[in-house]
Design a protein around this ligand. Structure first.
Ligand SMILES: Nc1ncnc2c1ncn2[C@@H]1O[C@H](COP(=O)(O)OP(=O)(O)OP(=O)(O)O)[C@@H](O)[C@H]1O
Length: 221
């Protein structure tokens, strides 16, 4: 199935701050896009707005799955890996991954990996039966990433995916991300670090702009 991600004229304001405006993009299977820019520039907000998680966001984003298909909300077909790992610390890594696999399911006719295979792919089969809270920061991030492998979703939206990872794990992740792209997936990542992805484009965020709220004050300036 051919897929494409589109966003058209996304705009987000917070109070008197215009975080970004007029964000439009178009990606097809096998393409990746890096959101870059300084702290607070709006990269995470853009990922969340694409998923419909930002109240008051204007514009729209959608997924096209198959020729002539009706547009679908991106959340139907996307994995979102945020800053936080979204795992319960008192449950084992396996229990967490079982939960996510059952919750997200597979999109279309794709099939995710078995939990053991996904943990093996990130080099952590040995910790699967430990409580998630016992794992090191890097191990937690690797297990959180393996969630993406457990159920098939063609679009991956990633927020600082390599935070806390050592250089070997970063190389491993680049390999898994490139394999996803080679299989016809799409990756959009907010990142301060290069991810070494094939066909990567960059969208740079310059940061919020304060909107004028007092026209009389502006007139005096
Ligand atoms: N609920 C809110 N109310 C007001 N401002 C907010 C709110 N949420 C986020 N912001 C502001 O929106 C801006 C964008 O934040 P965002 O988290 O998207 O930045 P970022 O580019 O991902 O930064 P970083 O690189 O530090 O992760 C920041 O200036 C932040 O303070």
């Amino acid at each position: 199935m051919t897929i494409a991600v589109r966003a058209d004229d996304l705009t987000v304001s917070r109070g008197d701050l215009l975080i970004f405006s007029g964000l439009s993009l178009s990606l097809v299977a096998g393409e990746s896009l890096m959101f870059t820019g300084p702290n607070g520039a709006g990269k995470s907000t853009a990922l969340r707005a694409m998923l419909g998680l930002v109240g008051g966001a204007e514009g729209k984003s959608w997924l096209l799955a198959g020729d002539g298909a009706e547009p679908l909300p991106l959340a139907f077909a996307a994995h979102y890996l945020a800053h936080l790992n979204a795992m319960k610390p008192e449950m084992t890594a396996r229990e967490n991954l079982d939960f996510w696999k059952a919750l997200t399911g597979d999109f279309g006719d794709g099939a995710g990996m078995a939990v053991d295979d996904a943990a093996d792919a990130v080099g952590l089969i040995d910790v699967l039966d430990l409580p998630f809270g016992f794992l090191s920061a890097g191990q937690k991030r690797r297990i959180a990433f393996s969630r993406l492998l457990c159920s098939h979703r063609p679009v991956w939206l990633l927020d600082e995916p390599t935070a806390a990872l050592d250089s070997a794990a970063k190389t491993l992740f680049s390999g898994l991300l490139n394999a996803h792209l080679a299989a016809g997936g799409i990756v959009i990542a907010a990142t301060h670090e290069p991810l070494d992805l094939a066909n990567a484009r960059e969208m740079r965020f310059s940061g919020p702009v304060r909107l004028a709220t007092d026209p009389f004050m502006d007139a005096e300036a």
